[in-house]
Design a protein around this ligand. Structure first.
Ligand code: SF4
Ligand SMILES: [Zn+2]
Length: 312
């Protein structure tokens, strides 16, 4: 079991961020529960680092050390919205938990809600342990629907405790039930190849079990995230043979099989996909296939590599 100190001590430098500016923003598309393609804006808000220290997390790189000053988040949102086109949904990603008071000051909630007036759905990230009345109070403030994304990460009984996420599957289940009973949409992040599970086949099977478990908990959407090194501790675990990054092929198989479950929307995270591929020739077509599958929620034929790399 890694301690917070061990995890922090191995970290590389944080990036320079400004509490008055979102550190990134993007516009993309995503199907809704009925399969209609919706326009989605994402704002990456600069705020205080998450107080949890999960082993696999690298989100702290773009965060502040100090509590976020009051007024900074609404200012960032106004600035971000000026850069983005109109959209149906907005994701307010804050590299942590929206209902962590030091990250997003509660006194800013009403102003943030007002800035969301034109959106049908507002998605925020939150830790299962922070799903309480603050969430439902914010839900009352916004015009549209609230969606909460939570990290389930893994349901492997030996892996989840070692991730230092401070949750159990029961904690996740209770949080999902609380959100659902209040009419809040839910999304789960599930890792493919978390640290401490090194057999490639087992990794695929355990990610699929986590997808199934999330749907059993009433989660509406699952997002499969291939685990990456690069935060210090993950690089150490890689060296020590306690972390094996997934291959692109493993992501393809997991995504195909998760969609085939036909239990709800499933997305595959295609960011930085080159890290998981060993062939430049087929990577663009394979990425394209996964992106199309994200949009259509249909399993498409596998890509055959012209260079004969051995990937299908
Ligand atoms: S709760 Fe989320 S943001 Fe916080 S350390 Fe864990 S993975 Fe990172
Ligand atoms: Zn290839």
């Amino acid at each position: 079991m890694k301690t917070n100190k061990e995890i922090i001590d191995l970290r590389p430098q944080k990036k320079q961020v400004n509490s008055r500016r979102p550190y990134n923003w993007l516009h993309e598309q995503e199907p809704d529960a009925e399969g209609t393609i919706r326009r989605v804006n994402t704002l990456f808000l600069t705020n205080k680092e998450c107080s949890f220290k999960c082993v696999m997390c690298d989100l702290w790189k773009d965060t502040l050390d100090e509590p976020t000053p009051a007024g900074a988040i609404p200012e960032q949102i106004r600035l971000g919205l000026e850069k983005l086109p109109a959209a149906d949904m907005i994701k307010l990603y804050n590299n942590g938990n929206f209902f962590d008071k030091k990250a997003i000051p509660p006194e800013d909630h009403a102003e943030i809600a007002q800035l969301m007036d034109s959106y049908e759905t507002v998605l925020v990230e939150n830790h299962p342990k922070l799903c309480n009345s603050s969430v439902t109070e914010f839900q009352q403030m916004i015009e549209g629907d609230l969606e909460v994304a939570m990290g389930l990460e893994s349901i492997h009984p030996d892996v989840l405790p070692q991730l230092n996420k401070q949750i159990t599957t029961d904690v996740f289940k209770q949080a999902a039930a609380f959100l659902k009973s209040n009419g809040i949409k839910t999304r789960a992040f599930i890792l493919l190849n978390p640290p401490f599970l090194t057999d490639p086949r087992e990794n695929i099977e355990w990610s699929l079990k986590a997808v199934d478990f999330a749907f059993d908990c009433g989660i509406d959407t699952c997002s499969i995230i291939p685990t990456r090194p690069g935060n210090g501790i993950m690089d150490r675990l890689l060296e020590d043979g306690l972390f094996v990054p997934p291959t692109l092929h493993a992501l393809e198989e997991t995504f195909d099989r998760a969609l085939a479950l036909n239990r709800g929307r499933v997305f595959a995270d295609t960011w930085d996909l080159y890290r998981f591929s060993d062939c430049d020739s087929c990577l663009p077509s394979r990425k394209n296939r996964l992106e199309k599958m994200n949009l259509t929620q249909k399993i498409l034929p596998l890509v055959r590599c012209d260079a004969g790399c051995g990937n299908l």
